[in-house]
Design a protein around this ligand. Structure first.
Ligand SMILES: Nc1ncnc2c1ncn2[C@@H]1O[C@H](COP(=O)(O)OP(=O)(O)O)[C@@H](O)[C@H]1O
Ligand SMILES: [Mg+2]
Length: 232
């Protein structure tokens, strides 16, 4: 479904990704792991078109999307939840969802909003509350729901559990699990917690200093050399 080949990405003169290869098959949950600053967020931004690439290719369902604008990639079925969730704090939960519906240019429908809300039992009661007054975990749930109203074929999640209280981490984990196993959504998940990755991931890649240094299936995540690549 998603294939990344030989991706180089730089901020000005500072190159951050070096020849990154990645394959995320339809329906699979692939975990992108690695210490802080290795380039995980940069990779997701390049896949969604927020950052340009210096070299390499991004294919989505066989189509070369390397040069497409972000909104075109969204229309093709890429949903993106950025790190730190970036909801509109002044808008209510409902309005945040409507912005996504409008941005999709009619591609989203009321049914998709209801389905997204179904995933997070806490959200329906908060629809009239401004997003800025929600807890970090609730905002993360809103950000995921917002990405779902366009009915993506693949969801990119950048550290959805970062800095969030344990009870809500569990709700988010359950939601991701449901999207994966019940809805059959392909998911690219950036996640620092190894135990969570071990529960959810079909496959994983580990980045170190902008390069893929390990990849494999869930069982290989148990290898002790993997732990070394993730420990600080
Ligand atoms: N806007 C930016 N300008 C310059 N360098 C950046 C910028 N954003 C991130 N970086 C650098 O790129 C590297 C990778 O960052 P990032 O992709 O955010 O890592 P991760 O998500 O794995 O923590 C880091 O060295 C970081 O300092
Ligand atoms: Mg990051």
């Amino acid at each position: 479904m998603l294939t990344v080949k030989g991706l180089d990405v730089a901020y000005g003169r500072a190159q951050v990704l070096f020849g990154v290869d990645l394959a995320a098959p339809a329906g699979a949950l692939v975990c992108v792991m690695g210490r802080n600053g290795v380039g995980k967020t940069t990779l997701l931004k390049a896949i969604t078109g927020v950052l340009p690439v210096r070299a390499g290719q991004i294919l989505f369902n066989g189509q070369d999307i390397t040069k497409l604008k972000t909104h075109q990639r969204v229309r093709l079925g890429l949903g993106y939840v950025p790190q730190g969730h970036e909801t509109f704090p002044q808008l209510t939960v409902w309005e945040n969802l409507q912005v996504a519906v409008e941005a999709a240019g009619g591609a989203a429908d009321r049914g998709a909003v209801d389905e997204a809300l179904d995933l997070f039992p806490a959200l329906p009661a908060l629809l009239r509350r401004r997003a800025g007054f929600l807890s970090g975990g609730q905002q993360q749930q809103l950000a995921i729901a917002r990405a779902l109203v366009t009915r993506p074929k693949m969801l990119l999640l950048d550290e959805p559990t970062e800095g969030i209280q344990p009870s809500i981490i569990l709700e988010i984990e359950e939601a991701v699990e449901r999207l994966h196993t019940q809805a059959g959504l392909a998911i690219l998940l950036v996640e620092q917690y190894l135990d969570l990755a071990l529960r959810l991931a079909d496959r994983f890649v580990i980045l170190d200093a902008g390069e893929v240094v390990r990849s494999g299936d869930r069982e290989e995540l148990r290898d002790s050399s993997v732990h070394q690549l993730l420990s600080v």
